[in-house]
Design a protein around this ligand. Structure first.
Ligand code: NAI
Length: 335
């Protein structure tokens, strides 16, 4: 069995709790893994004088894969987002967010199966802002043909690999004719290379309404950074909440797997956080490193625990603690 060295970033708030639970489950799946723990964000600033230490990025570059807990970003002031910094530093250009309902979890669309592919490196989300004169701020949206083409190609290749039927581009090209217009033009250029996969597009506002009313029409969806940030939270709401939405940040250099949700400071330290989203990110990671069998078994154990419906965390209406939920999955893995 191949040994894997994986960079582990416990993160802030509930991060260390859900990371510990996920690590225990992944280890119980039987893969041979060594974790290389690295710190980022406020902890790194305190200890190492920088929020994004080279030791962490070097570790990911070397191992090519990381499992990451959420990091807190101060609002309005303080240091800029380390999540955004990490994605930029490693050029993790594709943010892949599968949206799939779980058994027994009350939600609007139990049969939903959508994958959001979000461009991760540019757009308004790059946070290029400055004060022009006091009281006037300029925020710059940069869209390039290179990044738009690259993310569109990733979405179509993903659709082809995973046997999916359609890719939808989401945009506001009716208003932002140049920037979103360029994104859309690149999307349709790439679509020509994939004649067997249907390609269409939706304007973002209509798309949000359609997602709430008739989301089954969507399959793979590709969009710019800011739209992807918002739409993926909307989609998480359709399947039962943020505690259930996994994510992968993929680039040429490496891949970082993390939940869509943040550090949930309101429940940190109580041992009640739901580790499902991070665990599902871990399952994506297992598939990414070629451990398909361990991924399938872990996923089945998790789905079985949900199907039984007796060990459910507080956010989903249960009383189980983070560790109880992890133990229930580990018990299934050992059966
Ligand atoms: P959040 O996702 O941390 O929390 C939103 C709500 O969902 C809270 O009520 C929280 O208790 C609940 N929640 C989130 N994850 C949960 C889980 N696993 N189990 C149970 N309940 C859960 O969003 P918020 O409050 O806007 O952000 C908090 C911090 O997280 C901010 O500093 C933000 O910048 C950061 N953040 C980090 C991300 C990352 O590292 N990738 C992503 C999103 C936010």
């Amino acid at each position: 069995m191949a040994k894997h060295t994986i960079t582990l970033i416990p993160g802030d708030g509930i991060g260390p709790e859900i990371v510990a639970a996920t690590v225990r489950i992944i280890e119980a799946s039987g893969i041979d893994v060594e974790w290389e723990t690295q710190i980022l964000g406020a902890h790194a600033l305190e200890k190492l004088g920088t929020t994004l230490p080279e030791a962490a990025t070097d570790s990911i570059k070397k191992n090519k894969v990381a499992l990451k807990g959420p990091l807190t970003t101060p609002i309005g002031k303080g240091f800029t987002s380390v999540n955004v910094g990490l994605r930029k530093a490693l050029d993790l250009y594709a943010n892949v967010r599968p949206i799939r309902a779980l058994p027994n979890i009350p939600c609007k669309y139990p049969d939903l199966d959508i994958v959001i592919v979000r461009e991760n490196t540019e757009d308004l989300y790059a946070g290029l802002e400055h004060t022009v004169v006091p009281g006037v701020v300029e925020s710059i949206k940069i869209i390039t043909a290179k990044a738009s083409t690259r993310i569109s190609r990733y979405a179509f290749e993903f659709a082809k690999r995973e046997g999916r039927r359609k890719v939808t581009a989401v945009h506001k090209a009716n208003i932002m004719k140049l920037s979103d217009g360029l994104f859309l033009e690149c999307f349709y250029n790439v679509a020509k290379e994939f004649p067997k996969i249907e390609a269409d597009d939706k304007i973002i506002d209509n798309c949000c309404m359609q997602l709430v009313m008739n989301p089954q029409q969507f399959d793979v969806m590709v969009m710019e950074n800011l739209y992807g940030d918002i739409v993926s939270d909307l989609c998480a709401g359709l399947i039962g909440g943020l505690g259930l939405a996994p994510g992968a940040n993929i680039g040429e250099i490496g891949a970082v797997f993390e939940a869509v949700h943040g550090s949930a400071p309101d429940i940190a330290g109580q041992g009640v956080a739901n580790p499902t989203a991070l665990l599902m990110s871990g399952i994506l990671m297992l598939r990414h490193i070629g451990e398909r069998d361990a991924a399938d078994r872990t996923e089945k154990a998790m789905l079985d625990v949900f199907a039984e419906g007796t060990t459910i965390t507080k956010d989903l209406g249960g009383t189980a603690k983070t560790a109880d939920f992890a133990n229930a999955i580990i018990d299934k893995l050992k059966q």
